[in-house]
Design a binder for this molecule. Structure first.
Ligand code: SER
Length: 317
């Protein structure tokens, strides 16, 4: 464990990413130096310091930040793509004003550093779909994408105008075995493993050829902690960095799962999430993340699939 003076607050810590990020941050910085927080109390509160925080309540947030002498915030609280389509105004309010509340803490010099996730959802139907570059047409057509795109602009603005040290990654779909996703279009790539192991079948809500960029959770955690630990002068992009793992379609991941579970059968029944998937890139060019702060993923589809199945099959402790 690193000796540290960091005091970290993770907001939205009980979600898919937060659950794993908190565990990893605690390994690096120590349990007591990482405060988990979510809008309601969860099982995570048994593992270390935990606060109930509504990020829209700026006064409550400030009180907790001061009480714990927080100097870094990871803001993960947000509605994801599919849920945001059902609650557009609330998604905008949470995703945007939550971010502004945290950016203001850094503007006022109460905290020093912010991590905020963006997404491949910032791209839209007019963006080049293959090897999508860092700088390109961005006309997101989902509420989630609009909020992430606007959020990126705010991050860059606060950096330029107020010297706020905010860092961000455009995550692809995240796949992990420790925690459940919720409300995303890429979530099928997690559910498929659970169903394959439980029933040997999976009904996919995307079409068989809906290729999307994805990443295995250990790589996402490595990228997140990596960008936060990089020297500030290496972080040349203050909106958000393209980040790439690997890409696959439902048909391709099903074929990979079949290598481990030979009788596995996938069927397809598209719903409204297919339209969201159609608007997103198929693969991402992460050249800037590679050259600026040394991004390098470890897992591909084959390695991720083996690791997911091995871990989901292992007896629960
Ligand atoms: N995984 C997210 C979603 O599907 C994309 O950022 O909403």
């Amino acid at each position: 464990m690193m000796r540290t003076t960091e005091k970290i607050l993770v907001i939205g810590s009980s979600g898919q990413l937060g659950t794993e990020l908190v565990q990893n941050l605690r390994n690096v910085y120590g349990i007591e130096n990482v405060i988990a927080s979510d809008v309601k109390i969860t099982e995570q509160s048994k593992e270390g310091p935990f606060e109930v925080i509504d990020v829209l309540n700026a006064t409550g947030l400030l009180e907790i930040v001061k009480r714990h002498k927080i100097n870094q915030v990871y803001l993960l609280a947000a509605l994801l793509s599919a849920t945001a389509e059902k609650m557009p105004k609330f998604a905008w309010d949470l995703n945007m004003n939550g971010l502004l509340n945290v950016l203001d803490l850094a503007k006022e010099k109460i905290i020093e550093k912010i991590y905020w996730p963006s997404s491949i959802a910032v791209f839209g139907p007019n963006t080049p779909k293959e090897n999508t570059p860092q700088f390109t047409v961005m006309e997101p057509s989902t509420v989630y994408g609009i909020s992430k795109q606007a959020g990126e602009r705010w991050c860059e603005y606060y950096f330029n105008k107020y010297n706020v040290d905010v860092r961000s990654l455009r995550y692809p779909g995240l796949i992990g075995w420790k925690s459940a996703p919720g409300g995303g279009t890429t979530d099928y790539a997690v559910h498929i493993f659970h169903e394959a192991l439980k029933s040997g079948t999976y009904e996919c809500f995307l079409s068989e050829n809906a290729t999307l960029p994805m990443m295995y959770m250990p790589d996402a955690i490595k990228a997140t902690i990596g960008i936060m630990q990089a020297d500030a002068d290496k972080i040349k992009i203050r909106s958000s960095y393209n980040l790439a793992g690997f890409s696959f379609s439902p048909k391709e991941i099903a074929a990979e799962i079949t290598k481990h579970i030979p009788n596995f059968k996938i069927t397809y029944k598209e719903d409204s999430r297919q339209q969201i998937a159609d608007s997103w890139p198929k693969s991402i060019d992460a050249a800037e993340a590679v050259s600026d702060w040394g991004w390098k993923p470890e897992f591909d589809l084959t390695a991720m699939t083996s690791d997911m199945i091995k871990n989901l099959r292992a007896p629960k402790k």
